[in-house]
Design a protein around this ligand. Structure first.
Ligand SMILES: NC(=O)c1ccc[n+]([C@@H]2O[C@H](COP(=O)([O-])OP(=O)(O)OC[C@H]3O[C@@H](n4cnc5c(N)ncnc54)[C@H](OP(=O)(O)O)[C@@H]3O)[C@@H](O)[C@H]2O)c1
Length: 291
C-alpha cells in the first residue's frame, strides 16, 4: 500500500519514520528541511494538495499536520483555522474526489476534561480555540465522506529531532541534574509516537471508518508520567517539582481530567496500545539510535 503521511516532520510524523513497514510511505514537510525525499506541502493551498495527491496517488492519506500549540491557536484563531480546518477540508475533499481513504488525526482536547476517560461516543465540548479547530476538522472530515476516519490521540511523547515533548524535556533536564516543574493535576493518556504511528498504519490498512481513540493504554497525571520516566531512566525523582495547572498563566484552557478509553481499537486491531512502562522501556532501548 502507498500511504501518504502529511506532516512527517512533526512528533507523530517522525514516529512513522522510525518504523519498519511493508508499506511505501510518502511523506510531506512544511517549514522544516526535507527529510527522506519528502515533498514540501502547505495543506492550505488547494491546488498544491491536488497536485501532490495526483502525482503520488496514495491508497491512504494520514493527516498528522496541524498547528498544535494551544497558546498560539488561542491568540491566532484565524490562522489556526486556516491550517486545522481549511487545510483539512482541502485534504478531505481532494481525497474524496480521487477515491482515496483519509485519516484525520484529532485530539483529546475536543473534550472539556470534566469527566475524563472519554469514549468515542462521549460528547465533545472543547474549551480552547485549538480544541474547537480540531473538533471542526473531525466534523468536516466525516461530512465530506462518512467512510473516512478520525483518530483521536493524546499527550504524545517519544524521540523527535524537531519537537521537544514532556519525555525529551525530562530527559534533557534530569540527566543534567536540573529541577523541572511538572503538572500534578492534569490527567492524560501518554502516547508513544512510534506505537501510535504503528496503530495508525493498521487503521490505514483496514481502511476503517468513523472515530477511534488511539492512545497509550494508561491514564495518569503528567507528574506520575514524569516519575515513571525518572524511575526507568534512573534519574533522581526529587528533581521533579509538583505544580498545579492553575499556576500557569495560560490563555488557552486545558482539559484537566482527560484520558481516552481505547477499548474499541484494542478489540479490532492486532497492534496493541502500549503502557507507559512498555513505552519508556522501548524509548530507552531506542535512545542510542534516535537521540
Ligand atoms: N502533541 C500532542 O501531544 C498531541 C496530542 C493529541 C493530538 N495531537 C494531534 O496529533 C497530530 C500530530 O501532532 P504533533 O505533536 O506531531 O504535531 P507537531 O509536532 O506540532 O507537527 C505538526 C506538523 O504539521 C506540519 N504543518 C504545520 N502547518 C502546516 C501546513 N500549513 N501545511 C502542511 N503541514 C503543516 C508541520 O510541518 P513543519 O514542522 O515542517 O513546519 C509538522 O510536520 C496533530 O493533528 C495534533 O493535533 C497531538
Amino acid at each position: 500500500m502507498k500511504i501518504a503521511i502529511i506532516g512527517a516532520s512533526g512528533l507523530l510524523g517522525e514516529g512513522f519514520l522510525h518504523l519498519k513497514t511493508k508499506h511505501k510511505l510518502i511523506t510531506t514537510v512544511f517549514s522544516k528541511d526535507s527529510i527522506n525525499n519528502s515533498t514540501v506541502l502547505d495543506i492550505r493551498k488547494y491546488n498544491d494538495v491536488k497536485k501532490f495527491v495526483d502525482e503520488f496517488k496514495p491508497d491512504v492519506v494520514i493527516n498528522t499536520s496541524a498547528i498544535t500549540n494551544p497558546e498560539y491557536c488561542e491568540i491566532n484563531p484565524i490562522e489556526a483555522n486556516q491550517t486545522n480546518v481549511m487545510g483539512v477540508k482541502n485534504l478531505a475533499e481532494i481525497c474524496n474526489n480521487f477515491k482515496i481513504h483519509f485519516i484525520q488525526i484529532s485530539t483529546e482536547y475536543v473534550f472539556d476534561g470534566i469527566t475524563g476517560k472519554y469514549q468515542e461516543e462521549s460528547i465533545p465540548n472543547p474549551i480552547s480555540k485549538y480544541g474547537e479547530s480540531k473538533l471542526e476538522s473531525e466534523k468536516i472530515t466525516l461530512q465530506i465522506n462518512n467512510s473516512f476516519c478520525v483518530a483521536r490521540t493524546a499527550m504524545l511523547f517519544g524521540w523527535s529531532k524537531n519537537k521537544l515533548n514532556l519525555a525529551t524535556l525530562l530527559i534533557s533536564k534530569l540527566s543534567q541534574g536540573e529541577k523541572l516543574d511538572v503538572i500534578k493535576d492534569q490527567i492524560v493518556s501518554p502516547s508513544y509516537n512510534d506505537n501510535i504511528a504503528e496503530i495508525l498504519l493498521e487503521l490505514a490498512e483496514k481502511k476503517l471508518s468513523g472515530i477511534y481513540h488511539v492512545s497509550g493504554s494508561d491514564i495518569m497525571s503528567r507528574l506520575e508520567f514524569a516519575k515513571a520516566l525518572a524511575k526507568e531512566f534512573k534519574f533522581d525523582e526529587k528533581l521533579l517539582e509538583s505544580i498545579s495547572i492553575s499556576e500557569f498563566n495560560w490563555k488557552a484552557k486545558r482539559p484537566k481530567n482527560g484520558g481516552l478509553e481505547i477499548d474499541k481499537i484494542s478489540k479490532i486491531l492486532h497492534t496493541k496500545p502500549m503502557s507507559v512502562s512498555e513505552s519508556l522501556k522501548q524509548m530507552k532501548i531506542d535512545s542510542i539510535v534516535k537521540m
